[in-house]
Design a protein around this ligand. Structure first.
Ligand code: G3P
Ligand code: CA
Length: 307
């Protein structure tokens, strides 16, 4: 049913990303603390680069979002970048789930009928581990679990994939930035290899992105949203990417982002979401975005491939 793509295709796309971010025209100096990387002019990369495709919540058009099944399916489809959402249980475990309640994507209402409104933060990790996070999507996924962040990282690592990690609703979870970095470190995801090529941390909260940048200045970060062109330089002080909803952008706005150097002195990037159809994928590609975050990565990859 699905076309299996060689991982090399995604690797080549990432190479395009690497070349792209190293160009730049602003006068801001690159951070002297960062390891040097070979440089290439942005224009040269643009000639051949197609956007990097990110499997949003895993390959979530075909498997229950934010589960290990969705991660594995993204891999089998040939996609190494997966996106997820991280929140915190009542007893301090980080788990991978999008909503701040368990109701939509698990059987929590059956298992714990008296615990309305079923907020993630009101349950322990042990309680959440009992829930079925797959049956709502399809019987073939019955028994899938809400993964802990550590379980999720280990699976992504095993699959040799890369992670766009979203800190979801950090205002509900004070200190979740440090907690997230602690788990990333314990899982081996903060070494130079992961930090330089396999990990991006994003949030809708500018404060949260700034905090991650301050705690780990070497990490690549992204702000989710569409700041005005006037405000973009403020974001460039603490982040590397601006990741907007696709309906909110234009080619001029993308060009304005690309005209700035981000927190690491490299050209800022734009990864847009959620694009699940071919026409929109080509539209945002032609606007010059660097990445497309999608529930249907196979559809988007087919649409944006140049050859
Ligand atoms: O990665 C972008 C996207 O995940 C943001 O929206 O609501 O799906 O987390 P949401
Ligand atoms: Ca997300």
């Amino acid at each position: 049913m699905y076309v299996v793509r060689p991982a090399a295709a995604a690797a080549a796309a990432f190479l395009g990303f690497t070349l792209t971010v190293l160009g730049g025209t602003s006068s801001t100096a690159a951070s002297p603390s960062l390891p040097s990387r070979p440089a290439a002019p942005r224009a040269a990369a643009d000639v051949f680069a197609t956007p990097v495709v990110y499997a949003h919540r895993g390959a979530s058009a075909y498997a229950p979002e934010n589960t290990l099944d969705a991660v594995d399916l993204a891999m089998h489809l040939g996609f190494d970048w997966v996106e997820n959402d991280v929140q915190r249980t009542g007893d301090g475990e980080l788990v991978v789930i999008h909503d701040d309640t368990l109701a939509r994507t698990t059987d929590v209402e059956e298992v714990f009928p008296d615990r309305r409104p079923w907020r993630v933060r009101d349950f322990t990790a042990a309680e959440i581990s009992r829930l079925d996070a797959g049956s709502w999507f399809g019987d073939e996924f019955a028994g899938a679990r809400v993964p802990t962040l550590r379980q999720y990282l280990d699976r992504v690592q095993r699959n040799q994939q890369r992670l766009l990690l979203e800190i979801k609703k950090p205002e509900l979870y004070p200190g979740i930035e440090a907690d997230t970095l602690k788990v990333l470190g314990a899982a081996g995801w903060l070494d130079e290899g992961h930090v330089s090529q396999r990990l991006v941390v994003q949030s809708f909260s500018a404060d949260s992105v700034r905090m991650v940048h301050e705690l780990r200045p070497d990490l690549v970060t992204a702000f989710l949203g569409t700041p005005s062109v006037t405000d973009l330089p403020l974001y460039a002080k603490f982040t590397d990417r601006i990741n907007p909803w696709h309906t909110t952008i234009s080619a001029d706005w993308v060009a304005a982002v690309h005209g700035l150097l981000g927190a690491h002195g490299r050209t800022m990037e734009v990864d847009t979401w959620i694009v699940d159809d071919a026409a929109t994928a080509r539209k945002v590609r032609d606007m010059g975005v660097d990445g497309i975050i999608t529930n249907a990565p196979d559809v988007v990859q087919d649409a944006v491939d140049l050859f």
